[in-house]
Design a protein around this ligand. Structure first.
Ligand code: GLA
Length: 402
């Protein structure tokens, strides 16, 4: 925080009433790659994320600098937002672009953002977007609800940045509560925040382990969008076999196709599409089973499903890099890890795990040593962190820090 404040003072002097937002990263233990098909997901936000220190700019200008990325992003919220520039500022432009559809924005934001972890699979983009939509709402008095925060951040990422994703990331960043599991139906946006063991247990029996492979990549440059289209094509194929009238691809999702139809046509459709559908139906089922295990206080059962989910990501969804697959295999053979998988889309840099807190150091040592034996080239960039579930994006008091 001190460094953030110093940077703010360097760029903006004593200008403005300071506000601070903390926007957490998220993990998705079960429910990977199904949100864009309107499936069932689960998630935690955790106590590491993006900090914003900012104030209102009554001349309408956004002037934001980042401690993680180069360059000051400047533009006016009173004019139509320009084209994407393929840098981090696109997320800020996207947030304004999405809000401008419904609001006449007057005030800009000047400030500093800082991320606490290297980028890669923890949804730093949703943390940045949700936090910035909240900041814009604050300085313009918009009183945005949680659902609106999710919707505007999601619209910005889908329609401005260009990733055809679902609402998993934004929902975790906004809705999560410490000590609870978010269970969300991405078709209806209905959700529950579930205490572990139905609230009968004392605290949580795990920490969140995060293992950065050292590889980072932007999702818009991966097969992410291709996989989304493959899922939609699988839905189309089944509907066509069944003589169901087809809708445009944009409006077609696997959730619209009954699982029984998959049983009927699984062998007949090309294997590539069958695999994507197999992942979808089995993953939604794992989320249902996982919720039961969680509510029964069965951390082993919950963890086992997370490992199975990663198997399906590798073999049915066919994502992951050699580095991530190696990390997953090491995690499977590490005592003290209940379950683990690729984080996020599995094209970028991190694996996550639920770790027995008593074995944290042994887990760190084992995973790091075995991974670096296989990939010594990542000695400088590999990282292991241990975090805890946390509340969603929020304003934080700055009065003591001025
Ligand atoms: C990324 C996307 C999410 C979701 C996950 C995979 O994080 O942004 O919408 O699809 O991948 O579960």
């Amino acid at each position: 925080m001190e460094y953030l404040l110093k940077t703010y003072r360097t760029f903006f002097g004593m200008k403005g009433e300071l506000k601070r937002i903390f926007s957490p990263y998220r993990i998705c233990p079960l429910g990977a790659h199904v949100d864009h098909q309107h499936g069932l997901v689960s998630g935690f936000a955790f106590n590491s994320g993006i900090e914003f220190l900012f104030s209102a700019n009554d001349n309408g200008m956004v002037e934001m600098c980042s401690l993680s990325f180069d360059g000051l992003t400047t533009f006016s919220v009173r004019r139509a937002v320009e084209e994407k520039q393929n840098n981090w500022g696109d997320y800020l432009r996207g947030a304004v672009w999405a809000l401008q559809k419904d609001y006449d924005l007057k005030n800009g934001v000047c400030g500093v953002v800082s991320g606490s972890m290297p980028i890669g699979g923890l949804s730093s983009s949703a943390a940045l977007l949700c936090g910035f939509v909240m900041a814009l709402g604050e300085v313009n008095g918009l009183n945005l609800t949680k659902m609106q925060l999710i919707q505007y951040a999601s619209k910005a990422e889908r329609e401005y940045v260009g990733l055809n994703n679902g609402i998993l990331d934004q929902a975790c960043v906004v809705l999560c509560e410490a000590d609870k599991l978010l269970f969300l139906d991405t078709e209806t946006s209905e959700y529950k925040l579930l205490p572990f063991g139905d609230g009968k247990s004392d605290g949580l029996p795990f920490k969140i382990g995060i293992f950065f492979s050292g590889v980072t990549r932007k999702l818009t440059g991966t097969d992410y969008n291709l996989r989304v289209s493959e899922c939609k094509t699988a839905a189309w194929i089944m509907q066509a076999y069944e003589d169901i009238p087809l809708k445009g691809m944009e409006m077609t999702r696997l959730r619209d196709v009954d699982e029984q139809l998959f049983g009927k046509y699984e062998q007949r459709m090309p294997e590539r599409f069958a695999k994507r559908a197999r992942h979808f139906y089995s993953e939604c089922d794992r989320v249902r089973q996982g919720v039961k295990a969680w509510q029964h206080g069965d951390i082993e059962g919950f963890g086992k499903l997370i490992f199975e989910s990663c198997e399906s990501s590798i073999h049915n969804y066919e994502c992951g890099s050699p580095e991530l697959i190696a990390l997953y295999e090491i995690m499977r053979n590490t005592d003290g890890i209940y379950g683990g998988r690729f984080s996020g889309a599995g094209f970028k840099g991190a694996c996550i795990a639920l770790v027995n807190p008593e074995k944290e150091e042994a887990v760190r040592e084992n995973v790091s040593r075995k991974y670096l034996e296989r990939f010594p080239q990542y000695r400088e960039s590999f990282r292991a962190f241990f975090c805890e579930p946390d509340n969603g994006v929020r304003l934080v008091d700055v009065s003591s820090e001025k």
